[in-house]
Ligand binder design. Sequence first.
Ligand SMILES: Nc1ncnc2c1ncn2[C@@H]1O[C@H](COP(=O)(O)OP(=O)(O)OP(=O)(O)O)[C@@H](O)[C@H]1O
Ligand SMILES: [Mg+2]
Length: 358
Amino acid sequence: MATSVVLQKVEKRYGSLDVIHGIDLTIDPGEFTVFVGPSGCGKSTLLRMIAGLEEISGGALLLDNERMNEVAPAKRGIAMVFQSYALYPHMSVYKNLAFGLETAGYKKAEIEPKVRRAAEILQIEKLLERKPKALSGGQRQRVAIGRAIVREPRIFLFDEPLSNLDAELRVQMRVEISRLHSSLGNTMIYVTHDQVEAMTMADKIVVLNSGRIEQVGAPLDLYNNPANRFVAGFIGSPKMNFLKAKIDQVNDGDTTVSVCGSAIRLPRRLKGSAGQDVTFGIRPEHLGVADAGTALATVNVDLVENLGGATMLYTTTPDGQQLTIALDGQQKVERGTNVKTSFDPARCHVFDASGATI
Ligand SMILES: Nc1ncnc2c1ncn2[C@@H]1O[C@H](COP(=O)(O)OP(=O)(O)OP(=O)(O)O)[C@@H](O)[C@H]1O
Ligand SMILES: [Mg+2]
C-alpha cells in the first residue's frame, strides 16, 4: 500500500531567516510529485523536512494521516537519493547495496534476496562484484537508487538525482525512474531543474517560489492554465514570451487588447477594465509566420537556430520587445529580414500588474 503525504502550514526558519512560509500540500498515495522552482526557493529544504533530516519549525507533516514531526528519520520509512551519490569506493556494488541493511542489523540471508531484487529491477546484476570506480556515471546513479530500493521504503525522495549525468544518460535514467515508479507503485517526490523531467515524469507538479507554492497541478494543466505569470514563465521551454499590453475594451464575449501597436480581439471576457496595463503572454510554439490566425506584429529576425526538428527565431518587435518564435521543422528564414507573426487568440494569456492570470 502506497503512502499519502500531507503538509499542513509547514514552515522552516533558520534562526531569524524564514525560508518556508506555511506550505499546505496533499500528495496522494502512489503519486509521482515533482517540485520545481528557482534556486534557493526551498525545494531541498522541504524534502529534507519530509525525510526528517531538518527539523520542522512550524506546522505538521503527516504520512498516512500520522504526525511525523517528532519521528526519527530512520522510523519514517523514507529513502532519499541525492545528486551527489557518495558510494563507498572500497566496497563492491553488492556491498554498497547491502551495507545499510547490515548496519540496520539484518541477517545475511535476509539481505541477499533484497540486494538481488534491487539489482534486477535496475539491471545491474552483472555489476555486483565491481567497485564504483569501474562504473559509468549512470551505473553509479543506479547503485545509489538501489541503496534506496533495498530499504523497501514507503516513500522515495529524489533531490536532483540526474543533474550530474550527461544529456543522453539523463534521458535514459529519466525513463528508468518512471518505469521504477510504475513497477513499485510507491509515492515518490522528485526535485528537478529540468523542464522535460518535470513535464514527463510528474503526475503532479508543485511550483515553488521563495518558500511558497505558486501552483499545484498536472503538467499540462500548468502548461495550459498557469495561474500567474511566474508559473507561465517557469513551465514550458523555451519560455513564454511576455509583451507589454493595454486593455482597450471589455465586452461580454470578447476583449480588445493593444499589443505591439495592433488592436487584438481575444475571444473571452477578461477580468480587467479599459485602460488597464497588462502583460500579454504567448508561447514561442504558439506563434507562426504563416498568414493563418490573428496577426500580432511584423518582427525583425535577429537570430535563427536550425535544430533539425524545429527552427527557432529570436526576433524584435517594432516597439523594441524581444519575441521568440518556435516553428516546426526546417524553415528557410534569413537573419535580418522581417517576418509577419500570427497566433491563435485562444492560446494567449493575459496577466494583470500583480502577475495574476485574468
Ligand atoms: N542551514 C541553513 N542555514 C541557513 N539558511 C539555509 C540553510 N539551508 C538552506 N538555507 C536557505 O534556505 C533557502 C532554501 O534553500 P534550499 O536548499 O531548500 O533551496 P533549493 O530550492 O533546493 O535550491 P537549489 O535549486 O539551488 O538546490 C535558501 O535561501 C538557502 O540559502
Ligand atoms: Mg536544492
